[in-house]
Design a protein around this ligand. Structure first.
Ligand SMILES: CC(C)(COP(=O)(O)OP(=O)(O)OC[C@H]1O[C@@H](n2cnc3c(N)ncnc32)[C@H](O)[C@@H]1OP(=O)(O)O)[C@@H](O)C(=O)NCCC(=O)NCCS
Length: 109
């Protein structure tokens, strides 16, 4: 697993990658830092082997280590992936809205 943190002015972005895929976590600081998960992808030949689970767990671990108590994502995917996230403990939460008002899915970590 390769992990690289790029420090931006307002937030840090953690890039997590293994040969099967990658994911990005943006950490927004503040009194209650929040982590946003983006672009989780496992390349097609590697799917169904637990790599998605491993990348997601590493993203959660990194978010925790960065001081976040919650991780949020916007599922832009097929319906079964929403079920997958639900099985991992994510649920829609109206507190977290995207730029166009889309409801985020949050998990306490
Ligand atoms: C979603 C994704 C990351 C899962 O990665 P993966 O490595 O195949 O997942 P895992 O092997 O860890 O887990 C397999 C699980 O997915 C389910 N699954 C996989 N493909 C499925 C399909 N086509 N239909 C229904 N369920 C499916 C399996 O039932 C299994 O469930 P379980 O963990 O409860 O047993 C991967 O399919 C992907 O990259 N999809 C395209 C990009 C995407 O949609 N990303 C999410 C953006 S929000």
């Amino acid at each position: 697993m390769t992990i690289y943190t790029h420090k931006w002015k307002a937030h840090d972005t953690i890039y997590i990658q293994n040969p099967a895929g990658s994911v990005k976590v943006c950490v927004w600081p503040g009194t209650e830092p929040v982590a946003y998960l983006y672009d989780l992808i496992v390349f097609p030949p590697y799917r169904w082997n637990g790599f998605g689970d491993k990348l997601l767990n590493e993203a959660i671990k990194q978010a925790k280590e960065a001081g976040c108590a919650v991780i949020v994502l916007w599922p832009e995917c097929e319906p079964w992936v929403e079920d997958w996230y639900q099985r991992k403990g994510f649920a829609p939460n109206e507190f977290y809205k995207g730029f166009a008002g889309e409801i985020g899915w949050a998990k306490k970590i």
